[in-house]
Design a protein around this ligand. Structure first.
Ligand SMILES: [Zn+2]
Length: 471
């Protein structure tokens, strides 16, 4: 027997069905203006902070401007601190009214993005071209890096310890670099290869010049001319490449996309979108109940390794510094208690449904562009393997904070089951006993040289992070 309901009963019941809300539908003119204004600042950050070092620099500059002091400076105790670690990872804190041991509200993101690093012996010449070899970093689709303008971001340590910073390809008047691609006329054999075989890591070599130096009798004179230029301009010799970090990234600024300018295109939005929004929100936090922390890690794209990644002791060291600063008798127990009582958002991006590749998503559990911040309960692959999988209680808490503050949010999995997958910093922080969940906006073209975000999602993420800090 089918249960009959009146029209009013059906309408009432329909209110219980979860709806996906589009942020734009919720905006009035004032909201849209604030959102577009905020996006200008975000684009500026994306354009300036293309490497983890540049991002750390921007974050510390903003922190200092907003009254944060270096936690390692013993004299200062104003409740707003930052800690720089090797210029690749950084953390900010605003102390709250509650005891630190009651727990912290933490947002963690990462500052590294997929890119091409120069090899330690990069220089060579081939068919009258001066070339440099690269080794890709993080998950890339190699073909996306061919035949597009690239910029050179170098941090070179000379034999005497002098540091030389080189940025070429970002100013309008700068030259750029390029990896040459095969013309379609001669690509017949390549067209029938598997993509993984058609594009090899060893073929991601950038063109750096084509004028030789000296007479025809000189060996390697195209390579030598590049070395001559580098020596003249930067005082660099070939061995200096060995003690250097040179990142090759897409050239040029972040841009608006669409006639309506509603989207943002730019390099490194995974995960500078969460870095920027968490930075902006912690800068505005004042006298919170619980201490607010924003931590920005390096090396997430290669598994959170190294001494600047989320697996390192950097975060624990920062919290230890904070306990000491607040005159709490420091002990391992005090540190553990503080961490166990903390709650954390792993600020990282999810994949929005791709218009031309919809088959890789399971649409009732996939994020959509423009639908607000995305709560990702678990990541991983092959049966949630490698994921930290947040508890129902913690998801409930975050859901409640967002609903109370009228934040438009959605949930999403990273693609269909067994389609692939990925991980974030979440599981490494969960190991301390912190309640943590992945929570950030969804992108189109994630990990591409030109990733796409929605201005609406950027703005909502900032508001959501602020609500989290204030709860
Ligand atoms: Zn990421």
């Amino acid at each position: 027997m089918v249960k009959k309901l009146s029209k009013k009963e059906i309408d009432d019941f329909n209110k219980n069905v979860r709806k996906q809300n589009l942020v734009w539908d919720s905006f009035n003119n004032k909201d849209k203006n604030s959102c577009f204004k905020f996006s200008e600042k975000y684009k500026d950050f994306l354009t300036k902070a293309k490497t983890e070092r540049a991002a750390v620099n921007e974050i510390i500059k903003a922190a200092k401007k907003n009254g944060f002091s270096n936690i390692d400076d013993k004299k200062l105790t104003n409740g707003k601190y930052y800690k720089n670690f090797n210029n690749k990872a950084v953390a900010l804190a605003v102390t709250g009214k509650d005891d630190l041991s009651n727990g912290l509200n933490i947002i963690g993101s990462h500052l590294d993005s997929p890119r091409l690093d120069l090899k330690q012996n990069p220089l060579y010449e081939e068919v009258d071209l001066a070339m440099m070899k690269t080794h890709y970093y993080g998950g890339i689709k190699k073909y996306q890096w061919l035949a597009r303008p690239l910029a050179f971001h170098g941090h070179v340590v000379l034999n005497d310890g002098t540091i030389v910073e080189i940025i070429v390809g970002e100013k309008e008047s700068d030259p750029v670099f390029v990896i040459s691609d095969l013309l379609p006329h001669l690509a017949r054999d390549y067209h029938s290869k598997k993509v993984s075989a058609a594009f090899e890591g060893e073929k991601l070599n950038i063109i750096t010049g084509s004028i030789p130096i000296g007479g025809k009798d000189i060996k390697d004179r195209f390579k030598l001319n590049v070395l001559y230029y580098l020596k003249e301009k930067y005082n660099i010799i070939e061995e200096d490449f060995i003690s250097a970090e040179i990142e090759i990234v897409p050239a040029g600024p972040a841009k608006d996309i669409g006639f309506d300018r509603s989207l943002i295109g730019g390099y490194g939005q995974d995960d500078r979108i969460c870095a920027f929004t968490s930075l902006e929100s912690i800068l505005e936090v004042s006298k919170p109940k619980r201490t607010s922390i924003a931590v920005f890690f390096d090396k997430e794209e290669i598994g959170s390794e190294g001494n600047t990644g989320a697996k390192s002791s950097f975060f624990k060291d920062f919290i230890s510094d904070l306990l000491t600063k607040e005159s709490i008798d420091f002990s391992e127990r005090a540190l553990r208690k503080t961490l166990i009582n903390s709650m954390m958002l792993s600020g990282d991006v999810n994949a929005a449904i791709e218009p031309d590749f919809q088959d890789v998503h399971e649409k009732s559990n996939a994020a959509r562009i423009g639908h607000g911040i995305c709560i990702t309960k678990f990541t991983g692959s092959g049966g949630k393997s490698g994921s930290s999988d947040a508890s129902a209680e913690f998801v409930g808490k975050i859901r409640n904070i967002f609903n109370k503050n009228k934040i438009i949010w959605q949930t999403g999995e990273l693609g269909k089951i067994d389609q692939g997958g990925g991980g974030t910093i979440a599981k490494h922080l969960a190991a301390y006993g912190i309640n943590i969940i992945d929570c950030g906006p969804a992108l189109l073209s994630m990990h591409a040289p030109f990733e796409v975000s929605s201005k609406a999602d950027v703005f909502i993420t900032y508001k959501a992070y602020k609500a989290f800090y204030q709860s």
